[in-house]
Write a protein that binds this ligand. Sequence first.
Ligand SMILES: Cc1ncc(COP(=O)(O)O)c(C=O)c1O
Length: 365
Amino acid sequence: MNNCSQAPLTDATQAAVDAYLGSWARDGMDWDAWMAEVERARQSFAGLINAEVDEVAVTSSVSHAASALASALSFDGSRRRVVASAAEFPTVGHVWLAQESRGAEVGWVPLSDRGTIDTSDYATRIDERTRVVSTCHAYFVNGFKHDITAIARMTHAHGALLFVDAYQTLGTEPIDVKALDVDALAGGTLKYLMASAGIAFLYVRRALAEQLRPTVTGWFGRTHPFAFDAAALDWAPGARRFDSGTPPIINAYIARAGLEIIHEVGPANIASWTRVLSDRLVAGGKDRGLTLYGTPNAADKSPTTAFWVGNDSDTVERRMRARNVIPSARGSVIRLSPHFYSTIEDVDRALDTLAAVLHDGPVSG
Ligand SMILES: Cc1ncc(COP(=O)(O)O)c(C=O)c1O
């Protein structure tokens, strides 16, 4: 029940690790096969979001992806504002705050008491001084989803760029970067994409990417990395210029295998099943006297449902784990995040276990 944090190991991802280690052991260096696997992972991610393969960069984390994008934007003219969501995962906020030394001015779109954001609060903050609007697709704490299409419209009406961190929704529903009209989108693989840490992807719309010159860069961002020419900064086409050092090869093997599972099951099927599970979690939480933190509407959230548990959510998580249910603690909430393979019985058992742990008495230590 912690897919919002780390999806489980599967036979396919285990086999991918074994394939990489086998090739390394057998051949010492199987460079062409390794690079082909990195390209397959890039291609698979591009297919998942309806991007062209050259619109996707392979990075090591979302932090890295956001930093590379931020490094390519200028904040020294009349457009120096960053409008960021208070629901950002901290790392994205940190990347924008770090741009203040380059002239950026960061402002925040606030969260409501129940952990949601009113889209109209973006409208009052975006203007001709805005360089970039930054928003998560779903809030990591409770799964609340932004209306990306509406935010894109407001952003572009003022000539600004829209960056979306989709880590919490990739693998849970269809995401089409062209239909959503986002300029850049990032996400990693260890959550609903069923893979590991150490790899993430950055989509940048081709026409935009080709105007950008990231200063967070490296030799794999070149057109000809194997020219080994330190004195030539030849920008690779499209978003490939956001690649940097030697790619995370073992993670690309795992990512490709995880992505394949998601393609096979189908994001639309995953969305319709996880919404059934969300409804069950919201209603079942209410029946058991649990306090929901977030929206009760399944269509407005990722598969994550969060319940208030007081200050020591780590202890609640530990006690649930002792009863063989793995939730995910964050601050004052416990997140229950099923996936396509989860059953009604799984979510009922998770709710029963959470309620039992809370009713056992005060949680301390
Ligand atoms: C929405 C979101 N963005 C970013 C991250 C972290 O990104 P990274 O560790 O790849 O920089 C997380 C969680 O780990 C997340 O939930």
